[in-house]
Ligand binder design. Structure first.
Ligand SMILES: Cc1cc2nc3c(=O)[nH]c(=O)nc-3n(C[C@H](O)[C@H](O)[C@H](O)COP(=O)(O)O)c2cc1C
Length: 186
């Protein structure tokens, strides 16, 4: 089983990157094959809204989104990580989301090649884990619409400085078992 972690935090080695990697480590220990992609290390341009991809499945812009979509198509599970920025996902994550338009045909059928599960890994400065629940519920619906099967959500709260998540032993343990479950509970 292949599990790809996609980190939408622009901050290098921050809490979101660490959380996604903790989940991947758990998945790997359970026998999964893992890959990690950091969107901020790639060139992913803004969607231009030309609509070409809807007919062809291909984007007119030649950038690293092609390799991200190829990796998604070769995976069984996607773990998408984002920090909360201004009550929403980061701009880096949103630009990636816009570029997923190619996964839908003009008839709104999914172009995903087979069943794929998607899990979400969020970090936030606010300690209240329920604060953004309505937003998470809402924005994750997009991924169902694109054809993914929603398979869970993990959050780290109260993370501000880059290393904060490392002092949350409970979060590391939860991330590890979350990753294992992605492999075990197909
Ligand atoms: C521009 C910006 C906006 C943020 N907005 C929020 C917010 O609305 N709510 C919140 O709880 N945390 C907010 N945060 C805090 C981050 O979500 C939190 O520190 C997160 O763990 C950062 O992830 P990183 O370590 O991967 O960069 C914001 C941080 C930044 C830089």
């Amino acid at each position: 089983m292949k599990i790809i972690g996609i980190d939408g935090s622009p901050r290098k080695d921050g809490n979101t990157e660490k959380l996604v990697k903790m989940v991947l480590a758990g998945a790997q220990d359970a026998g999964g094959q893992t890959e990690f992609l950091k969107l901020a290390d790639l060139t992913i341009n803004y969607c231009q809204g030309c609509g070409t991809c809807r007919a062809s499945g291909k984007c007119v812009m030649k950038d690293d989104m092609d390799l991200v979509v190829d990796s998604i198509q070769q995976s069984d599970v996607i773990v998408l990580g984002s920090p909360i920025y201004a009550w929403q996902v980061s701009g880096t994550t949103k630009v990636f989301m816009d570029r997923l338009c190619r996964l839908l045909t003009p008839e709104y059928k999914s172009r995903l090649n087979g069943q794929k599960r998607i899990a979400f890994a969020y970090t936030q400065g606010n300690p209240d884990g329920d604060m953004f629940k309505p937003y998470f519920d809402y924005q994750e619906k997009l991924y169902s619409f694109l054809g993914f099967t929603l398979t869970g959500r993990i959050q780290a709260t109260g993370t501000r400085a880059k290393e904060d998540i490392l002092s949350q032993e409970e979060t590391s343990a939860r991330a590890d078992s979350f990753g294992r479950d992605l492999v075990v509970s197909k």
